[in-house]
Structure formats: structure tokens, C-alpha cells
Design a protein around this ligand. Structure first.
Ligand code: F0G
Length: 455
């Protein structure tokens, strides 16, 4: 059944079309890194769903209510109340975006030499854990590393892996467990409520805190509603509250679920963690009542937090991602299955089976997709995984992916048809695609600014 947009368009932003010759020049200027392309050179921008959302008329109106007082702004209290209402956490410290919150919690909870288990790494999350002296340990179920494995909750924690780690290093050497909902690097795959509950019990039985990356938790809640026994008639807002009842606090990038262009926060129940967060946030972000945000940003977030749990909104959001995924599957294009919550991920290993991972197949495919149709996507493979900080060797993730990320409320299904046609065309001529050579490699988070040349 068709699920149409539960909104209509009030304001439009013209897109610039380009020629193939212009795009060939642009990708060379960008060192074959889609992060280094100018927005003006992009037709359909599926680089990320982060901060690229369309705000509603109510959010734009909320901007005017922003209280720009340096301290104690009304906007802060409105955002705090919205966090209490939607997630159920008493305390909240705003940050400029998600990684600001990751920085704070890593500094607060990690002691040098401790381990931080999580259900697959995320780039910025792991970097902050490592900078704080921690070591990330992957405890996601094995199915998550296999793009073809059919599992309704591929983001689940493998409780056996977590238990084994606790047995091996001792609970005192685990800073906290970090559970992501949905799991970005696994293809936007959700965690089940049963798994969240069981992970929470295991952690708390061992005196370990369970923290959650709630960046896309609403999308996760919708998958629980669709796929987990007993939730079919539960409103998404209630599922989200139940999910959050199992964790001690969250880091949040409001640039995703919360339908804004900038912002984030750290939220928690424990007052002593709040105290530490308030001490640190003034050093790195700003006063505890604005944390790097303008008052108007906090008001836009407060309104976005209420819109994100609207059942019609989230049903369409997930439907639209599935629409693109199913068009590709029908044409035999290899993608990560099941289709995730925020993006369709092309499986570059199978798409470009003739290219070794050291030739950066996903990076090359993202470049060719751009040249073909002006569609900007993102590599999520060997370049994103970076190097092991101890050995210096390239990490070679099992998943070598190109992410086609769908911004919220921005593109129509017709845009996605253009994307699908371009991907399908490339797949038909995939043998023509050659690998890349890295010619500039920055020391951390290399995928953002690395440069490549075609072989
Ligand atoms: N956690 C997850 C799961 C994320 O996807 C991101 C950002 C962050 C934390 C960090 O938040 O960007 O606000 O500092 N993901 C973006 C993406 C960059 O494109 O997936 P941030």
C-alpha cells in the first residue's frame, strides 16, 4: 500500500542540475571523496540524514520564541521538558551536536585502560572513547556483519559476548556498555525491546551502567512496533519511553530523529553524572543551559522532539527508505538486508566483487554514482573504519558499504526513482568500475578529508 507524505510543501529550495563533464571535474577536485564535494555541485544529496532534515512550520515559528539569554534561558527549560516528556530522563545537558555529548560521557565514565563494549562501532563514538583512554569492544550479534543475514533485530547485543567479556576482564574494567538504537554502521538495524531489557539486566546485575546512543531511537521504536510481538498497537511514543526505561542515560544527536539542523544533548537519571556533565560542558561547549546552542536551536529541538514521535510521521519515514531499497532489490542490486531505518546501504563487496577491499570499492562506487547522476552518497567501509590505534594497520570491516541516506521530509519518492535508476545502471556496467589509491590520509576520522585518485 502507498504511504504518502503526511505533510504538504509550503516552501521549496531549487536544485541545480549539472552536466557529466562538470561532475567529472568536481569529483577530481574533491579527491574522489564525496565529503569534499561542494553542495552546489550535488543534485540529490544522500550524504547523510544528519542536520539535513526539513523543519516544520511549527519549528520555524518556534525559532522566533528563542530566548537568547546567556544563562537560564526559557528555551533551555522548554527543551528539558520535551526531553523529559519524550525520553523520560529527568536531567539534560545540551551540546552542540551528538559528538559533544559523546565527548562528555567518555570523559566522565572512562578511566584509562577500561573497555567500552558496544553493538558495533560508530566513528565519532569510538574516537571519543579512545581519546579518553578506553578500548571499544564489539558485542553485536554475528548476523550484523553479514549483509545478507535475515534477522529482524540485527542490532541486538550478543549477550554471550558481553558475558564472556565481563568474565575475562572483570566488571570493574568495563567503563559502561553503550547500546546504539538503531545501529548506523550495521545498516540502520534495530535492537529489540527484549534484547534491550536483557542487556540492561545483565549490566545492572554486574553493577555496569548501560548508556544508549539514542540518535535514531524513534526509528528503532517503529521497527519494534512492526516486528516485535505485542507492540503492533502501541504508539511509538510509548515504545520509546519503554526503551529508555532500560538505560541509565543517552547521548543524542538531535540532527537525526529530532528533525533539526543542529544540536544534541546528554540526558540521564543520575544526579552525580549530571553534576560532572555540568562541570565539563562549560569547558568544552558552553553554559549548562545552552551547551553550544542558540536559544532558538533549543526551541526548534523541543518542537522536533514532539513531532518525531508522531505515528504517521515515522510510518512514512520508514516507508520511504523501504521504497528505495525495494526498487534496488527488485533489480538485483546487492544491498544490506533487511532494509534499515535511515538509509539504504549498497553492498560494495558484492556489487564490485572484482575489486579487493584495499582498492576502496565503496569509495569508488560512491564516486561513480556521483559522476553518473549527481547523487551524493557516503562510503561506510575500510576508509571509515580507519586504523587500529595500537598496530597502525588498516581495520578491514566485514561490511564494505555505500550509504544512500534519506534526509527526513526533504525528497519525494520521485527523487528516489532517479537514484534507483542511476544505481541500477551502474550495476549493469559494474565491471567498468576500477579501484582507487589513497593519496592523502589524515590521522583521525580519515574518511571526512582523505583524498584519492582513480587507478
Ligand atoms: N551516533 C550516531 C549513531 C551517529 O550516526 C552520529 C552521527 C553521531 C553519534 C554523532 O553525532 O554528528 O551530531 O556529532 N552521524 C552522522 C552520519 C555524521 O552521517 O551518520 P553528530
Amino acid at each position: 500500500m502507498t504511504v504518502a507524505e503526511p505533510y504538504r510543501i509550503k516552501s521549496v529550495e531549487p536544485l541545480r542540475m549539472s552536466t557529466r563533464a562538470e561532475r567529472e571535474a568536481a569529483i577530481d577536485r574533491a579527491g574522489w571523496n564525496t565529503f569534499l564535494l561542494d553542495s552546489d555541485d550535488v543534485y540529490i544529496d544522500l550524504l547523510t540524514d544528519s542536520g539535513t532534515n526539513a523543519m516544520s512550520d511549527r519549528q520555524w515559528s518556534a525559532l522566533m520564541l528563542g530566548d537568547e539569554a546567556y544563562a537560564g534561558a526559557r528555551s533551555f527549560y522548554r527543551m528539558r521538558d520535551a526531553v523529559r516528556e519524550t525520553y523520560g530522563f529527568e536531567h539534560m545537558v545540551p551540546t552542540h551536536q551528538g559528538r559533544g555529548a559523546e565527548h562528555l560521557i567518555s570523559k566522565i565514565l572512562i578511566k584509562e585502560g577500561q573497555y567500552v563494549p558496544g553493538n558495533m562501532y560508530f566513528t565519532t563514538t569510538r574516537v571519543h572513547q579512545e581519546l579518553a583512554g578506553g578500548t571499544f569492544v564489539d558485542i553485536i550479534i554475528d548476523e550484523a556483519h553479514d549483509s545478507r543475514a535475515q534477522h529482524p533485530f540485527k542490532g541486538n547485543v550478543d549477550l554471550g559476548k558481553l558475558e564472556a567479556l565481563i568474565g575475562q576482564v572483570g566488571a570493574a574494567n568495563i567503563a559502561y556498555v553503550n547500546i546504539a538504537t538503531t545501529v548506523n554502521m550495521a545498516g540502520g538495524q534495530p535492537v529489540s525491546m527484549a534484547n534491550l531489557r536483557a542487556t540492561s539486566e545483565l549490566c545492572h546485575r554486574n553493577g555496569i551502567l548501560l548508556w544508549c546512543d539514542a540518535t535514531r531511537a524513534v526509528e528503532n521504536a517503529y521497527f519494534i512496533r512492526q516486528r516485535e510481538e505485542g507492540y503492533a498497537d502501541t504508539p511509538v511514543r510509548a515504545i520509546l519511553r519503554e526503551m529508555m526505561s532500560h538505560v541509565d542515560g543517552v547521548t543524542m544527536s538531535a540532527k537525526k530523529d529530532a528533525l533539526v539542523n543542529i544540536g544534541g544533548f546528554l540526558a540521564m537519571r543520575d544526579e552525580s553524572i549530571l553534576q560532572r556533565a555540568r562541570e565539563l560542558v562549560v569547558v568544552y561547549e558552553g553554559m549548562p543551559t545552552y551547551g553550544g546552542l542558540a536559544g532558538r536551536d533549543m526551541d526548534a529541538i523541543a518542537q522536533g522532539l514532539r513531532e518525531m514521535v508522531d505515528d504517521d510521521y515515522i510510518a512514512h519515514r520508514i516507508y520511504q527508505v523501504r521504497y528505495l531499497g525495494e526498487r534496488l532489490l527488485d533489480a538485483g542490486v546487492p544491498i544490506v538486508e533487511p532494509i534499515g531505518g535511515h538509509a539504504v546501504f549498497l553492498d560494495a563487496r558484492r556489487f564490485l566483487a572484482h575489486l579487493d577491499q584495499e582498492l576502496f570499492p565503496a569509495q569508488a562506487l560512491a564516486g561513480h554514482l556521483y559522476v553518473d547522476s549527481g547523487v551524493r552518497s557516503m562510503e561506510r567501509g575500510i576508509v571509515s573504519a580507519g586504523r587500529d590505534p595500537h598496530t597502525g594497520a588498516n581495520r578491514k570491516p566485514a561490511l564494505e558499504l555505500v550509504r544512500l541516506t534519506i534526509p527526513r521530509r526533504v525528497y519525494t519518492d520521485r527523487h528516489l526513482d532517479v537514484v534507483a535508476e542511476s544505481v541500477i545502471g551502474l550495476h549493469q556496467h559494474r565491471e567498468d568500475i576500477r579501484g582507487l589509491r589513497m593519496v592523502y590520509e589524515p590521522p583521525t576520522l580519515r574518511f571526512f578529508t582523505a583524498r584519492f585518485e582513480p587507478l
